[in-house]
Design a protein around this ligand. Sequence first.
Ligand code: PEP
Ligand code: MN
Length: 269
Amino acid sequence: MKRVDRKSESENSIVKIGNSLIGNGELTVVAGPCAVESEMQLYQTACHIKKLGVQILRGGAFKPRTSPYSFKGLGLEGLKILQSVGKETGLSVITEVMNVRDVERVVRYADALQIGSRNMHNFSLLTEVGKSKKPVVLKRGLCATIEEWLCAAEYILLEGNSNVILCERGIRTFETYTRNTMDISAIPAVKNLSHLPIIVDPSHAGGRRELVAPLAKAALAAGADGIMVEVHPNPEEALSDGAQSLDFMEFSRLMEQMSAANVMLKHIG
Ligand code: PEP
Ligand code: MN
């Protein structure tokens, strides 16, 4: 039996990032820009999300980009900004680690590590973050089956790190209107198959900002433990993923909708 299997644990796993518990029955929201672009951009975003009750800030310092000519992140400078904004605002920070060689320094600067979709099959990276014991958000591979995704999580658990949160971020299908196709059925399927918490990233799933709120609400209704959303002070000028990033007003509205939906869902059970 695999360690990720539901039957291997008597209870659902609860993963702690900073002071937040993921998988405890409450909805966790992770928010922030796709990429850390500047201290000002991250600080403004952090203050806004904090005001709305969010406790975990996201932001990439190392960005996996399809074209090597696109903005690939600020690297070490981005990690430093992330850490200092986190400290200043009291938010926990999560950021992507793209290769084995960076694990040690990302661990030093962040409260949680993100394994991106393109790296879900990078078994040496999974093993390395497993050794680190930091909480890991493991995104589903673009073309990965649920079984392959759970096996990737197993690599991390096998090293003794059981602080794994799965993240459904849409899979590649023949549809091109949306950036990816959000696999809503993955949420209840993972809940049946595993004890690990699962969150949903409606930003990368839809790839369009007008789809983020409906997809986030659908994720909540399907039983997700949380969402991770891209937010930017000025999406038009974002250096990456502007089309799917919410501005501050849109994010405030999403938070209102999520709390109303949460109340309704609790009521109907
Ligand atoms: C991201 O979170 O900005 C990102 C690159 O996500 P994914 O790996 O899901 O594409
Ligand atoms: Mn992004």
